[in-house]
Design a protein around this ligand. Structure first.
Ligand SMILES: [Zn+2]
Length: 292
């Protein structure tokens, strides 16, 4: 009686375990449950597609950062963007997906990307900043950087991203500037053609986290879109929203202008993706695949 009891117990255990083992096997052989680009250039963005029934416990790590997923309309696919900073060291980076039980790792190569160079000579008097200005610039930059670290993980944005103004790119993303022989930080956004007073639209849904007159970027607006993404609009002539305000995609947030240190009116439009400086035009182009 004792032996058969044990056998019965083992049999019951197997009955319970078999479906579990089968699922495990199916999982381990189902390749490409995550679709990712094999390589991304510096300043570039990768669109990830995750096919998964349950995303409750799903976690995606890219370059040691947690990535937020956005469900598709039919909920079968989840999307995520991963960003490669303009100056991220080229090499092989790990993309890790875990659902609490299974872990899948992919390697994405980051390659060096040359966005061109611009050499400028400006009068020494324009170049030099006095201590007071220098302190102001450092202070502004510190506070803006902090906003990128405070980013809320829950995505507020939805569907495709839109251009804030219709004008073409007049100064490309990523271009390096050498002023009077000294290399400055590369262009972290795109300059879009805009005359003074043109309406500037929010590129996606979010919350306004900064409306401020800054030394270099002039009247500046930053929108937090959640999921580690912020958008920036610089050199405005007027802001039509307040800090803390919720904005919808396409809503007019201000008017373009030439405030700050610029030679003429245009809109500087920038995107941060998990703190990485990435090409905003690529985000708009890639996001068309998500739709909405
Ligand atoms: Zn610019």
């Amino acid at each position: 009686m004792q032996i058969s009891g044990k056998k019965l117990y083992l049999f019951a255990l197997l009955v319970v375990l078999i479906p579990f083992l089968a699922v495990k096997l199916a999982h381990s052989i189902s390749k490409d449950s995550i679709i990712a680009p094999q390589e991304i250039g510096q300043g570039g963005i990768g669109l990830l597609k995750v096919r998964n029934n349950s995303t409750d416990t799903l976690e995606i790590l890219w370059n040691k950062r947690n990535i937020s997923l956005i469900p598709s309309v039919d909920n079968n696919t989840h999307f995520a963007f991963i960003g490669v900073d303009l100056t991220l060291k080229p090499g092989r980076y790990k993309l890790k997906k875990t659902d609490g039980v299974y872990t899948e790792t992919k390697i994405i190569s980051v390659y060096k990307k040359d966005y061109g160079i611009r050499r400028l000579k400006i009068p020494k008097s324009m170049e030099a900043l006095d201590k007071k200005i220098l302190d102001r610039v450092r202070n502004e930059s510190r506070r803006i950087q902090r906003l990128f670290f405070e980013s809320d993980k829950k995505p507020l944005w939805k569907g495709a991203w839109i251009r804030p103004v219709n004008g073409p790119v007049v100064s490309p993303f990523g271009r390096r500037s050498i002023i009077n022989g000294i290399e400055r930080s590369p262009h972290s956004g795109v300059d879009l053609k805009a005359f003074k007073g043109e309406p500037v639209k929010a590129t996606n849904n979010g919350v306004v986290v900064l409306v401020e007159e800054c030394f270099f970027s002039g009247l500046s607006v930053i929108i937090e879109h959640g999921g580690g993404i912020q958008s920036m609009y610089f050199h405005l002539s007027k802001a039509l929203i307040d800090r803390g305000q919720t904005v919808k995609k396409g809503e007019i947030i201000g008017l373009s202008g030439s405030s700050g240190r610029v030679t003429g009116p245009h809109l500087h439009f920038g995107i941060r993706l998990d703190r990485a400086r990435v090409n905003p035009i690529q985000l708009i182009d890639l996001s068309r695949e998500i739709g909405g």
